[in-house]
Design a protein around this ligand. Structure first.
Ligand code: SF4
Length: 196
């Protein structure tokens, strides 16, 4: 048997990563879901404490909302041959007074581009929040809200969304166009990608 595909080898290396171990309060536990055949990429922020403990991403109210935005059930969502889950930081970064800390920057510097280079079947990318937006669309002007509002600029290949956390309930109330206009467009693009 050979060494496996580039992605298999990379994913193995990621899961053994200790690069920023000294800065991780609970230690490294990279949580990613990748496969060469994935058609949809979800670029999240970083695992929270619960994901660190369970190893299962978006297994919480944020995940319920995200799956509704995508129009997919749990079986589809957790199928790596269909959906890739690649947060900006792969390990739980810890918390501060305002909530979880930002994803560790070393993570994207070390791993993101090589992993994306292996995900050649991805045709729709959903960017959740400002960290994913800043890395994937550095040319985008304005705040996350402004870029989300201008969703047609990048659709149907890339959509920018707020993080689906319950913490963003107020943002969703103040920006009703997202669930009214953008979410149906996301659902249509995801459905097409998964069929295609
Ligand atoms: S956050 Fe990323 S760079 Fe840091 S230990 Fe985890 S996988 Fe490695």
């Amino acid at each position: 048997m050979g060494q496996g595909s580039d992605l298999t080898v990379l994913a193995r290396d990621v899961r053994a990563c200790r690069l920023c171990e000294k800065d991780l309060p609970l230690g490294p536990r990279p949580v990613i879901q990748v496969h060469e055949n994935a058609r949809v990429l979800i670029a999240g922020q970083a695992p929270g404490r619960r994901v660190h403990e369970t190893g299962k991403p978006f297994n919480d109210p944020s995940g319920v909302r995200l799956r509704r935005w995508l129009g997919v059930d749990e079986e589809t969502f957790y199928d790596p041959t269909r959906i890739a889950l690649l947060p900006m930081g792969f390990c739980f970064p810890g918390t501060s007074k305002g909530g979880d800390l930002p994803p560790r920057k070393e993570c994207a510097d070390a791993w993101r581009q090589p992993l994306l280079d292996c995900l050649k079947s991805v045709s729709v990318t959903i960017l959740l929040g400002r960290h994913a937006l800043a890395w994937h669309l550095p040319e985008a002007q304005g705040s996350v809200s402004e870029v989300v509002g201008a969703w047609r600029d990048h659709a149907p290949r890339v959509f920018v969304a707020p993080h689906p956390s319950p913490r963003n309930q107020r943002w969703l109330r103040n920006n009703p166009g997202f669930e009214r206009d953008t979410v149906p467009a996301i659902q249509e693009a995801v459905a097409r990608a998964l069929i295609g």
